[in-house]
Design a protein around this ligand. Structure first.
Ligand SMILES: Nc1ncnc2c1ncn2[C@@H]1O[C@H](COP(=O)(O)OP(=O)(O)OP(=O)(O)O)[C@@H](O)[C@H]1O
Length: 257
């Protein structure tokens, strides 16, 4: 059984159908790419999964639950985390503090516990800090823990966003253009880290990305969208040789796809 299944999902903005009867399944512990030319509807799909948008029609099942019946915060508690196209961190806070923010959804000790800082609270706080440090260490960022995020290079900031998403212990991680703004070396390192998230932590990844060499290198399965519809699906080799995919990208001038 897949971890997540979209079934006939349709999203409209006024007269525009941004996602059109889209169905696809994401298998557990895989890296699943969602690609397509600009405006194909990829971000709209992510925004449905994070529950920012409500589809007009369709169903989304996540680990046996009806995702569309849940609020955005409930989705996070169910085990879905995401990163954003543009880095969305608190620049005036340290890397560690930013990662700690990602644990907020895991629940705390409650109002009185926080107020009186009981030993239980202190223990929970120390466990949270340890988990945040472990997430930073996993991504090779331990040395940045006490640095202000705004002072760090963009590539590191992107990875701190990853750490923040990881610390909520997601089953599914939605990565929205993680390679945007990174140089080829940083992109290659990022690709290795994404594979490690799958292999070592067992996290399922849904990846929206324009860097085709990264997508083709790390994805187990790729779903291709154009004008809101699915036009192809399969492994990298199948997708690279699919005439409809080649046409969709060539039509946009992205012959590299
Ligand atoms: N909030 C919105 N209101 C109106 N139209 C929207 C909204 N969000 C997206 N759209 C439109 O829906 C279509 C799909 O957009 P979307 O951002 O999902 O595409 P995308 O595949 O993520 O594109 P890109 O690769 O450029 O990020 C586009 O025509 C876009 O203009």
């Amino acid at each position: 059984m897949p971890l997540m299944q979209l079934d006939g999902v349709t999203v409209q903005f006024g007269g525009l159908t941004a996602v059109n009867e889209l169905s696809f399944a994401v298998a557990e512990k895989t890296i699943h790419g969602l690609i397509g030319p600009n405006g194909a509807g990829k971000s709209t799909v992510f925004n449905c999964l994070s529950r920012f948008y409500q589809p007009a029609v369709g169903k989304i099942d996540f680990a046996g639950r009806d995702l569309l019946a849940l609020r955005s915060d409930q989705v996070m508690n169910l085990g879905i985390a995401r990163t954003f196209q543009n880095v969305e961190l608190f620049r005036g806070m340290t890397a560690l503090e930013n990662v700690l923010v990602g644990q907020h959804s895991l629940g705390g000790s409650g109002f009185f516990g926080d107020l009186f800082a009981t030993s239980k609270v202190k223990q929970a706080e120390s466990a949270r800090r340890q988990a945040a440090m472990e997430a930073l260490e996993f991504l090779g960022l331990a040395d940045t823990a006490n640095s202000l995020v705004g002072s760090l290079p963009y590539g590191k900031q992107k990875l701190i966003e990853f750490a923040r998403a990881l610390v909520s212990k997601p089953k599914l991680l939605l990565l929205d253009e993680p390679a945007a703004g990174l140089n080829p070396q940083e992109t290659s390192h990022l690709g290795d880290l994404i594979v490690e998230l799958k292999d070592k932590l067992g996290i399922t990844i849904l990846l929206v990305e324009h860097d085709m060499s990264l997508v083709m290198r790390i994805c187990d399965t790729i779903t291709v969208m154009e004008f809101g519809r699915k036009i192809a699906e399969g492994d990298a080799k199948t997708i690279q040789n699919n005439p409809a995919v080649i046409k969709a990208y060539l039509g946009e001038g992205e012959a590299s796809a």
